[in-house]
Design a protein around this ligand. Structure first.
Ligand code: NAD
Length: 292
């Protein structure tokens, strides 16, 4: 049986189209979802991500507010801007592009964003809601995208054994919590795990978010497992630099039941889920205002 290559690009295009249609409906009620993106400093990779987010936000019919601040911006100046955006009725989502310069306390910044506008889902209130299984919070975009892709190939999660490699607050931890909430038995592994390969081999669902090119080889994967590769690694090849994942795709693809490629897997889903979260935030804020 040929392995299923999960097409994240097509899934993301479909989700974006759906969000754009729902945005149009909301606009006809006089609400234009607005996303503010804040970039501190001039990291070239971050600048590329921000430009792409702005372009896709506008293409989906939303308003985009871009704030680019110099690297020397103080923490207090950044917090002041966030408080202004919290109070701005045209802004429904606020995203602060990470990483921030070292002199700024990331956690203080993330926890200053109003939880209602926290479209990245990194505020402790939203992380806490996910941790205790509440469904009314905003969920981090990358794991939310992974779950949508998993749902394309898995109809029932109950009792499945899920192993997550990497447990950052951005990807691995929320991914583990989402799958726990879906009914999986979840094992979270990280750099201090004694035998990551042995844990991985038990997985029906293996999500890899370690940031280590080709960490996962064929002998780490149970035949028939579903593998989601979150990694984005820049490697040099004889043909020049290339983006590759945390999974050795060529050897694992024939062995897994389904797998996401890099690029074209999880990556495109992240921005689509950001637009979905912005729409959700715009709706929730509008309802809140109407009932107050
Ligand atoms: P991070 O560096 O914050 O966390 C990495 C985690 O992996 C840590 O928990 C660490 O302990 C663990 N880890 C590292 N090496 C390991 C190993 N050899 N064995 C077991 N655990 C190991 O990274 P992050 O922000 O979570 O990102 C992870 C990867 O996902 C990166 O390649 C990043 O570029 C990519 N990423 C992709 C998207 C996307 O949209 N596709 C979004 C975010 C991150």
């Amino acid at each position: 049986l040929a392995p299923t290559i999960i097409d994240g690009k097509a899934e993301a295009a479909a989700l974006t189209q759906q969000v754009a249609a729902e945005t149009l409906a909301l606009r006809s009620q006089g609400v234009i979802p607005g996303l503010a993106v804040v970039l501190v400093g001039s990291d070239p990779a971050s600048a590329i991500y921000v430009r792409s987010k702005v372009r896709k936000t506008e293409a989906a019919g939303m308003k985009s507010f871009s704030h680019t601040l110099p690297a020397e911006t103080s923490e207090e100046e950044l917090l002041t801007l966030i408080r202004q955006l919290n109070a701005d009725p045209e802004v429904h989502g606020i995203l602060v592009q990470l990483p921030l310069p070292a002199h700024i306390n990331r956690d203080a910044v993330l926890d200053t964003i109003s939880p209602d506008k926290d479209v990245d889902g990194f505020h402790t209130v939203n992380a806490g809601k996910l941790a205790v299984g509440r469904t009314n919070g905003l969920i981090p975009c990358t794991p939310a995208g992974c779950l949508i892709l998993l749902k394309r190939v898995i109809s029932s999660f109950a009792g499945l054994h899920a192993v997550i490699i990497g447990c950052s607050n951005i990807v691995g931890r929320p991914m583990g919590r989402l799958l726990l909430n879906e009914g999986c038995t979840v094992v979270m592994t990280h750099l201090k795990t004694r035998d990551v390969a042995a844990e991985a081999r038990r997985a029906d669902i293996l999500v890899v978010a370690a940031g280590h090119a080709h960490l996962v080889r064929k002998d780490w994967v149970k035949p028939g497992a579903v593998v989601i590769d979150v990694g984005i690694n820049r490697i040099d090849t004889p043909d020049g630099p290339k983006i590759t994942g945390d999974v050795a795709f060529d050897e694992v693809a024939g062995h897994a039941a389904a797998i996401t490629p890099v690029p074209g897997g999880v990556g495109p889903m992240t921005i689509a889920c950001l637009l979905k979260n912005t729409l959700q935030a715009a709706r929730a804020l509008t309802d809140k205002e109407a009932s107050s």
